[in-house]
Design a protein around this ligand. Structure first.
Ligand code: GLU
Length: 325
């Protein structure tokens, strides 16, 4: 009897030890995303889902955090608050070269690329009753250009500057998060907002399905073409209006855009970056099904639009898979 009890205690202790070691080995990694009604947030979830399926094999547990967007994510990855971040390709370029928000801090030398993901369009949404039909009509209007920390803020400023609008003087610029803009537009508190986002997105659905009628405004013209020629990271793109039946547009809307990319730090261990890369690429067809914004993705396209050097953990996988030499 006594022996039986001792045996049970010993077994329990052994079990607890095993559990504790397994726990100690788990590496927790966090992916910084954007607002929950954007595409970064579900994208972070999709990436986490792929790697968490193999938690036993890798000992990695990935979680997702909603953040202020690209600029916030670069900075949080650089100071070690986050292991991964989803970042616009233009913001990655600027951080790596020490431009825009990184002008004073200088080049972010520890920034590393993992892969790129869906295309994002600079999306200008305006209330029909505001009379805004072209980007130049934003003069004198109340416009959300985005929170500091977001990717879209600089895109909005670039587009406005290109057409001769000084956002500090010629319009009433609001600085709120993209997740709040659709509500403000519907409540009549702003006339328009910019959001650089993949399509379809929850925020744009929300903005286009309320009582106040809204339309997408194209961002085109000779001045915009000049700007696109000046910045290597911008390219023409189109917003597919069939994704938003409530929008008062009958044709797809031409604008410009960038790509969403996954970044990390040189300080994040190779095996962690390798595991995430491998699980997304090995299960590419499953991954692609996780969001309609991934419809045009190919494995090869996921290696385009990267400026910072590819993290060695990701590179190990690309070489094994024959995607890179
Ligand atoms: N492109 C936005 C940003 O960098 C985020 C878009 C999204 O969350 O889907 O802030």
């Amino acid at each position: 009897m006594k022996r039986g009890l001792l045996y049970s205690i010993a077994m329990l202790a052994a079990l607890l030890m095993t559990f504790a070691t397994a726990q100690a080995k788990t590496q927790f990694v966090t992916i910084g995303t954007g607002g929950i009604t954007g595409v970064y947030y579900p994208t972070g979830g999709a990436i986490a889902k792929m790697v968490n399926k193999k938690k036993k094999e890798y000992g990695i547990r990935a979680t997702v955090e909603s953040t202020g967007g690209s600029v916030f994510n670069v900075n949080a990855v650089m100071n070690g608050d986050l292991e991964f971040g989803i970042v616009q390709s233009d913001r990655q370029y600027q951080a790596w070269h020490g431009l825009a928000e990184w002008k004073d801090k200088g080049p972010q030398k520890d920034l590393r690329s993992v892969f790129s993901i869906h295309p994002e369009s600079v999306t200008l949404v305006a209330a029909v009753d505001s009379g805004i039909r072209t980007i130049k009509d934003l003069k004198g209007k109340k416009v959300n250009i985005g929170n500091p920390g977001s990717g879209q803020r600089q895109n909005a400023i670039d587009a406005l500057t290109a057409v001769g609008i000084d956002y500090k003087k010629d319009l009433q610029a609001e600085n709120v998060k993209a997740s709040e803009a659709p509500g403000l537009l519907q409540d009549g508190r702003i006339d328009a907002f910019f959001y650089t986002v993949g399509h379809p997105s929850g925020a744009i659905k929300e903005a286009t399905s309320g009582a106040r009628k809204v339309r997408f405004v194209s961002i085109t013209g000779p001045e915009i073409d000049k700007m696109l020629a000046k910045f290597p990271y911008y390219a023409k793109s189109v917003i597919p209006v069939e994704m938003y039946p409530g929008a008062q547009n009958d044709k797809d809307v031409p604008t410009f855009g960038v790509k969403a990319t996954l970044v990390t730090s040189a300080k994040v261990p190779d095996e962690v970056v390798y595991a995430i890369t491998k699980e997304v690429f090995d299960n590419f067809d499953d991954f692609k099904k996780l969001h309609p914004a991934y419809s045009t993705l190919t494995r090869e396209s996921m290696l385009e639009g990267l400026t910072a050097p590819i993290h060695p953990g990701a590179m190990k996988y690309y070489k094994e898979a024959g995607l890179m030499k």
